[in-house]
Design a protein. Structure first.
Length: 343
């Protein structure tokens, strides 16, 4: 078979491990010809490709990012792009396409199945917010990076008797903030699923410092929102999938905390540091398992399906189930565990 691959949306550690696994089993076991489309769906629209084989994929396992490049291009938001994408796949004689991405990338994949395209999905998002899979690769690496940062922030916060607000990724779901906040001993964790009250946050910090703790780390997901009327945030630009470009809530929080409590406050925005660098062992293994399972699904004709992790096993689930609803933080984890250490 002639199989295409693409990586879409934000990059994350483990993407190259998926590509490597697909190519290895596709070429060596199935005798497939593999072709990579560059820069996500834009490459499919424009017909830009690169050949993939075992030799080209050597050394990819520990390498972050994606050798194929990526973008947030949405064919359904560009006039004539869907028709161009389908025409490209036909002209390149692609029998099946493996799309590696998150909710947006896989949502397009599901829609293109209706155009007659044979597609298998691989879940990718450091936010860990895709339904139908217990975890996505990249998440473990992002949590470890954030936890390491929080550990370091504790020492400088204690040295200067400061509050430090650490902003992590998480547009609609606060998985990174919750896991890294718990692991790093944060005094407060603010996530998109739970609208926060800045007065309550400040009261908790005051009680903490009154007990002789003169340093606090507040971990906030970039998509966290205050309760209506308690704090004003600015909105940003919108991409082709309708997502506002986030980043900067920590600056507003630090300013308000210092103004209301008198505690010197500083900001650390981890941003794209969470996406970069080498993946953890867990993410390398999960990405490899996903890649093997994806090429197997292609040869089984399991199209419009996504490979997923459930009960430690790799299974196949309908793409519609994966993109139909976001997976948000378990209230029991947030209220039953994280909140026990607030203040």
């Amino acid at each position: 078979m002639r199989v295409g691959l693409l990586t879409g949306g934000g990059d994350c550690p483990g993407l190259n491990a998926v590509i490597r696994a697909v190519v290895r089993k596709g070429e060596r076991h199935y005798e497939d010809e593999l072709l990579g489309f560059t820069d996500g769906w834009r490459g499919v629209i424009e017909g830009t490709t690169m050949p993939l084989d075992v030799e080209r994929c050597r050394g990819l396992l520990p390498r972050g990012g994606t050798i194929l490049g990526t973008s947030r291009t949405n064919p359904y938001k560009v006039d004539g792009a869907v028709e161009k994408a389908v025409a490209t796949l036909r002209s390149k004689a692609i029998d099946a396409l493996i799309a590696i991405g998150g909710e947006d990338t896989l949502g397009v994949a599901h829609e293109l199945r209706g155009e007659g395209v044979n597609i298998v999905g691989v879940p990718k998002t450091i936010d860990n917010d895709l339904s139908a899979t217990e975890v996505t690769f990249g998440f473990d690496t992002a949590v470890q990076i954030a936890t390491d940062a929080i550990d370091r922030l504790h020492t400088t916060a204690e040295s200067h008797d400061r509050v430090i607000v650490c902003e992590v990724m998480g547009r609609h779901a606060g998985w990174i903030a919750t896991h890294a906040g718990i692991a790093g001993g944060a005094a407060e964790i603010l996530i998109p699923e739970e609208a926060f009250d800045i007065d309550v946050v400040c009261d908790n910090l005051r009680r903490r410092h009154e007990k002789g703790r003169f340093a606090s780390i507040v971990v906030v997901a970039e998509g966290a929102q205050p309760k209506e009327g308690t704090l004003s945030l600015q909105s940003g630009e919108v991409d082709q999938f309708g997502h506002v470009r986030l980043g900067g809530i920590s600056n507003v929080l630090a300013e308000e905390i210092e103004k209301r409590t008198g505690f010197e406050s500083r900001v650390t925005i981890l941003g794209h540091v969470q996406r970069g660098g080498t993946p953890t062992a867990f993410d390398r293994i999960l990405a490899t398992r996903f890649g093997i399972a994806a090429i197997d699904a292609v040869h089984d004709g399991a199209f419009d399906q996504m490979v997923a992790l459930q009960s430690a096993q790799i299974v196949r689930v309908p793409l519609a189930d994966a993109v139909g609803q976001l997976k948000t933080v378990d209230p029991g984890l947030y209220h039953g565990v994280a909140e026990m250490f607030f203040g």
